[in-house]
Ligand binder design. Sequence first.
Ligand SMILES: N[C@H](CCC[C@H](N)C(=O)O)C(=O)O
Length: 271
Amino acid sequence: MTTRIKFTKMHGTGNDYIYVDTTRYPIADPEKKAIEWSKFHTGIGSDGLILIGVSDKADFSMRIFNADGSEAMMCGNGSRCVGKYVYEYGLTDKTEITLDTLSGIKILKLQVEGKTVSTVTVDMGSPQETGEIDWKKKYPFPSTKVSMGNPHLVTFVDDITRINLPEIGPELENHPLFPDRTNVEFAQIVGRDTIRMRVWERGSGITQACGTGACATAVAAFINGLAGRKSDVIMDGGTVTIEWDETSGHILMTGPATKVFDGEIVEEVES
Ligand SMILES: N[C@H](CCC[C@H](N)C(=O)O)C(=O)O
């Protein structure tokens, strides 16, 4: 017997995922499929798998699985692409959408040009925890922990090109200080309210961008007096604008969402 699963490949500033509408194509074992389909040479190739579903608390739900199969609480770049998907594939005609995630309900505002969604602003809620880490002699820099529902470790350096991310990324991701591991961001202030950031993502390694990581970086920059409440975060795959709204305390992330292609997975299953 064969199963057919239609999917859409999308990216937000280069952070690419496989998107499946589980109202039409249910996925029984998403952890396993995320590992299998994310592989570049034997699968589709992506940073992970995102499942779009229904919710009794919001317009839609989103689940995100990293390339190693681990499920995360939230995906900033992914949430923008979900907004684009549900509008362009006719699941809604609303341009303000609520999205149920493991880190709570997020509000998406779609910027529409004709029939396509070009950019999305996501109300990411408030940062849930911050803290400073002094590594003492272990590392020559302090770091800032910021939770956006998922854990981030942000470190500011004078020259980001000198950071060996493939080496230090997994070291910090798996440091004993972080029982659930952590996402790892290195950042450099390159102008007024302009931050260059690179990321080693928990469960996916180096990605082109990280939406929650950009939020965490902007929060850490403001806390450390390195930027104002609104800043542009420039990542390998593109730039997002982050605003820490003073009145609500919420973080607003605005950035692009791009569709790459539609595909179909046809799998033989034992009957
Ligand atoms: N690797 C992250 C999930 C993906 C987040 C990122 N791609 C984003 O855009 O926020 C974690 O394990 O918490």
